[in-house]
Design a protein around this ligand. Structure first.
Ligand SMILES: NC(=O)CCC(=O)C(=O)O
Length: 301
């Protein structure tokens, strides 16, 4: 099922050290997006919407989601972020993707009993407020560009070990988080599993953002012939991490449908399935693959 729908990305600003204030502001912006005349079907928040971004902050802001497996029962959670996102999804009757908080490793069966590990996780809510999917960032953002940026998520985070998508009444949506976009296999797997739209909350920076943010999204969109969206925090030059901003939605022909600047903003895009259908009909790479020559990575999961 792939039907037209409207997507909203909230390029959230005003992230402070006070998590309650961050949650309050995120909630206000979700209400604003939902109440706009554009009335989106799916609203997306950035990576790192409830805390400053930096590996020293992760343990401080970590929350226990507290679920032992599907179905996720919101009544069981200890996470104030999950409670807020669930209630506002229900209040606005809208699908919602809330990118990143960190969840201690004690709450899901496959985790070790020490309960010390932290993940970079995004959660997905349906219009009833049910938590229907989660994605833990698979590829941790560890880079070192001398004189420019050094970042090591692996100092405090553990990488997720699953690929994830979810189904709505309008589309199948594949999930990733930020640095995950640099690994084409993840997007390819989601697309080959039938995802029509790939959504990655993200927070690129002032070194890699200018060259790679748009390029990677257009590349993942065109090589999989899917819609691709990344939602960034707004840029704050007083923060420890300077996000690139430029939240964006790209269509299956790699056309940028909408792009924010650096400041707080809500951008909207109409997702039109006929664009994907005509891209796939005109350039039929989806049926021209040579799995007799190379491996289909989507068969590995
Ligand atoms: N939060 C992230 O994963 C940042 C990724 C990034 O900036 C990159 O260049 O990749």
């Amino acid at each position: 099922m792939f039907k037209p729908f409207r997507l909203a990305l909230i390029q959230l600003g005003n992230v402070t050290p006070n998590k309650s204030d961050n949650l309050k502001h995120a909630r206000e912006m979700i209400l604003k997006a939902a109440a706009s005349a554009k009335k989106p079907d799916l609203i997306v928040l950035p990576e790192c919407f409830n805390s400053p971004y930096g590996h020293v902050h992760f343990p401080v802001y970590a929350e226990k989601i507290g679920f032992t497996g599907k179905p996720y029962n919101i009544a069981e959670t200890q996470s104030e972020s999950v409670k807020m996102l669930s209630s506002v999804a229900k209040e606005t009757n809208t699908w919602l993707i809330g990118g990143r908080f960190q969840s201690p490793k004690c709450s899901i069966p496959e985790r070790d009993v020490q309960g010390q590990d932290l993940y970079n996780t995004c959660t997905v809510y349906n219009p009833n407020g049910d938590l229907v999917a989660m994605h833990r960032k698979v590829h941790l953002f560890d880079i070192d560009i001398p004189g420019k940026i050094t970042f090591k998520e692996s100092e405090t985070l553990t990488g997720g070990s699953t690929t994830n998508f979810f189904d709505t009444e309008f589309a199948r949506i594949g999930l990733g988080i930020c640095y995950d976009i640099r690994f084409p296999e993840l997007a390819m797997i989601s697309a080959r599993q039938g995802a029509h739209v790939l959504i990655y909350p993200g927070a690129f920076n002032m070194t890699t953002g200018p060259l790679h943010w748009e390029l990677l999204q257009r590349a993942r969109a065109v090589d999989n012939q899917v819609f691709f969206a990344m939602c960034s925090p707004a840029r704050d030059m007083t923060a420890g991490y300077h996000a690139w901003g430029h939240s964006m939605v790209v269509d299956p022909m790699a056309k940028v449908l909408v792009e924010a600047a650096e400041t707080e903003d809500i951008i909207y895009a109409d997702i039109d399935p006929t664009v994907m259908e005509s891209a796939r009909a005109g350039i039929p790479v989806t049926v021209q693959r040579r799995f007799d020559v190379y491996t289909d990575v989507s068969q590995s999961v």
